[in-house]
Structure formats: structure tokens, C-alpha cells
Ligand binder design. Sequence first.
Ligand code: ASP
Length: 347
Amino acid sequence: MSNLSRMAERISRRTLLKAGAAVSAAGAWSALSSQEVTFRVSGKRIAVSSGNGLRATARAMELMEQGVDTLEAAISGVNIVEEDPNDTSVGYGGLPNERGVVQLDSCVMHGPTYRAGAVAALENIKTPSRVAQKVMERTDHVLLVGQGALEFARAMGFKEENLLTDRAREAWLRWKANLSLEDDWLNDEERQAGAKRPTGTITCLCLNEKGEISGVTTTSGLAFKIPGRVGDSPIIGAGLYVDNDVGAAGSTGRGEANILESGARIVVENMRRGMEPGEACLDVLKRIARRTVESRLLSAPGKPNFGITFYALRKDGLYGAANMHGVARYAVHDGERNAHRESLHLF
Ligand code: ASP
């Protein structure tokens, strides 16, 4: 049997019967919970990324076309943004923690071998995704943090650099100056905008023509965070999850909400049961909204006041995304066109 036909869509008779019953029962996807759908290998190459990832999807596609492995392609894509000082949410130039120190989080997951690596609160290395890749390849562990992650990176030959650009340092100073009227830092009225807590991350999911899937998520995390704070981005199952039989999911936005929901893993499980990628993402946003009950996190009952987005890519080449508030742009290269697409949204 050829690889293609072996991996061709096989929806068991039992699944089909149940699926039919469930669909007729007014969209009751939950009735499918124990069912698995298997997906046809479409022979397509697709790269999906967050809105800041158009250069990443272009690079990832170029590499996949040359036969480069999906994980290597995805990481090479996000490296462009990690090394870019103008993206203040990722890698070099990322906004620092409350002490003015840039601490980076990243994880990678390789579908064909079901392996993963991650680093959290890593300082001084521009490309945490590359260090995460080394954790996957060169250790028996999945996640290294802080000083241990830095020592590991040094051992792997990564170059240490100061990651705090002048632009990020100025933003940090504005934030400090606006913290309190009672502290010793002078408030600059003209720079009020700097008091906001900007966030951002890049995720990149890649599928090749053989049906192999991998992903990466990398970030400088929540701006001005408490030193040592780790978000969802380096957490396998939250900021990223890949199952080579089903697909991949990644996330950007409020990491704390995502960690509590294991968002990326649930997106993938939703797809495993037959949901389309966009719907699978939207379902997780609904779960997050339902479980957000603290008033400080709500703008109205049942309506979180924070942003969070999920991105998903299915083994058969379908992709989608969903955003908590309004349409979010995300980047997709479908093998022909590299462009922003619009996400679904919950509110
Ligand atoms: N998810 C990131 C974190 O919580 C931040 C973001 O994407 O905005 O660290």
C-alpha cells in the first residue's frame, strides 16, 4: 500500500454513523467526544503564523519547497522575527520584565517524531526557538528554564548578547514612570500610552506534502512581567501542540488564560473529533470566556477584557484562527499565495 493511500482518509463506519447522528442533533459536537476522524494527506504545503508572521510563512514555505523538514522550516521562519529589533514582542528587541531584563520563552514540537523542546525565562540569546530545538535534540528533557536554560545555551555554543534595544528600554522607562504617582519615578504625561501592557508573540505551524506537521511559538512574553514569570508560549499543550495524525495549534495573547485551558491541546483534540480548524479555535475561546469569572478580567459578565488568539492547521491542509475580540489578521502561505487572512472572533 502506498504511503498516500495508507494515510488516506479513513472515517470508520462507526464514526460516520455517530457523526451523522450528532450533526443532525443540532450541532452537538460533544456527542463525538470519543470519536476520532482521520485525515487525508492533501499533498499540500501550508504555513500558518500569527499576524506578525508574514515573513516567517514566506521563509518556511521556501524551505519546505526545497525539501527541508517542517520544524526546521517553521523555526527558520520565526528566526527572522526573533532577530528583528522592531518587533517588540519577540526575541531581540522584546519588551523586558519589570527589572528591565528581557526574558524569552519558546517551544517547538516535531510531529513526525512526536518530540518537543522548550525554554522559559531565557536571557541573552536572540533565538530562544533554536535553544528549544536543541533541548529537543540534545537532551532527554522537554523544558529548561532560567539560568539552567542559559547555561545549556552556552554549552550549545549560542552567542550571548544584550537583547534590550533602546526602543524597548524607553518603553520600559515609560511604564515605570506611570506605575504610581507615589513612587520616585517621574511621570511623563506626554507618554501615557507607554503605560499600557503591550503583548505579542509569534507562532508558526507548518505542514508539508507528506502530511508531516511541526510548530514553534516564541515570545518575550508579557511586557514588564514579574521576573521569572513564564507564559503559555513555552508550554507544550498551551502555546503550541502538534499531533502528526491530526494537526497543530498555536496561540498568542494572555498566557495565563491559555495555560488554565491547555488551549492548543484542546484545539487539536477538537480537530481530532472532526471540527474545522477555525471552529476548533473558537470553541477554546468559548471555554476561556466561560471560565473567566474574576471581575478584574471581565468587561461584562461572560466577556473577558483580554486578548487571545488561536491558530490551527489540520493534516488535510485546512487552516483557521479565532480571536477573542474582533477579527485578527493572521499569516498564511498556502503554496501559491502568502497573505494575511481574517480570523473568526468570539466577540
Ligand atoms: N502569550 C504571551 C504570554 O503570555 C504573550 C502574548 O502573546 O501576547 O507570554
